[in-house]
Design a binder for this molecule. Structure first.
Ligand code: ADP
Ligand code: 5GP
Length: 201
């Protein structure tokens, strides 16, 4: 497999995944974002091909039938999936790829690529999660309740993750995620070719 890292950012809705993801990408140009496909409608301000690729259920099912997804899951009554071809192209071009997906999707990626790095982003507690979700102002009361119930179910699966980062102060969170990525890139097993090259000089 290509040496690019697959970095999976998971965590409950409202934990800060999007915020962290954007900040890390802004500082680490060797990482590219994986843009997911979804059957949910765009929120105000969201742009096709930037936030998601928006597809109808029929189009999505056709993509599943054609084996176009690296992983796919049903989240909050909609489908979300990672298009395989784009990820493979990005890795082949020498970049790392960062995914912002749910726990079911993370499990599928880890099963396919055991070297992928799974990072769980969590607020310091559930009360903060609710406050941040409300503060974001994107959810109806019903959607908020679904997301808060889902949050507990996601956190209960913490054992499958490699890292957890508590998103208290955003600057600290971003620094910790960057530190994890730097440490993972420094692993001996990811640098053997380079070391052998130096030894061969
Ligand atoms: P997710 O992508 O996990 O659903 P967001 O990145 O949209 O979460 O963050 C949820 C809300 O919390 C947003 O309004 C965001 O601006 C805010 N937020 C994110 N991180 C922090 C933080 N460390 N402190 C305070 N507010 C935060
Ligand atoms: P939202 O509708 O708020 O953008 O996303 C809802 C949830 O779907 C989030 O938890 C997000 O991580 C997850 N999600 C987004 N894209 C994907 C994807 O490609 N695959 C999977 N499995 N989950 C995704």
């Amino acid at each position: 497999m290509n040496k690019g890292l697959l970095i999976v950012i998971c965590g409950p809705s409202g934990a800060g995944k999007g915020t962290v993801h954007d900040a890390v990408l802004a500082c680490m140009p060797q990482i590219r974002r994986s843009i997911s496909v979804t059957t949910r409608l765009p929120r105000e301000g969201e742009v096709e091909g930037v936030n998601y690729y928006y597809r109808t259920l029929a189009q999505y099912q056709q993509m599943i039938a054609h084996g176009e997804f690296l992983e796919t899951a049903s989240v909050f009554d909609n489908y979300y999936g990672t298009p395989k071809a784009a990820v493979m192209e990005t890795l082949a071009s020498g970049y790392d790829v960062m995914f912002e997906i749910d726990v079911a999707g993370a499990r599928q990626i880890k099963a396919k690529y055991s070297e992928s790095i799974l990072i769980f982003i969590m607020t310091p507690d559930f009360k903060t999660l609710e406050a941040r979700l409300r503060g974001r102002g994107t959810e109806s009361e019903a959607s908020l309740k679904t997301r808060l119930t889902g949050a507990r179910v996601e956190l209960m699966q913490y054992q499958m993750f490699d890292y957890i980062v508590f998103n208290d102060k955003i600057e600290d969170t971003v620094m910790r995620v960057e530190a994890i990525i730097h440490a993972e890139k420094s692993r001996i097993r990811r640098n053997t070719e380079r070391i052998e090259g130096i030894l061969a000089e």
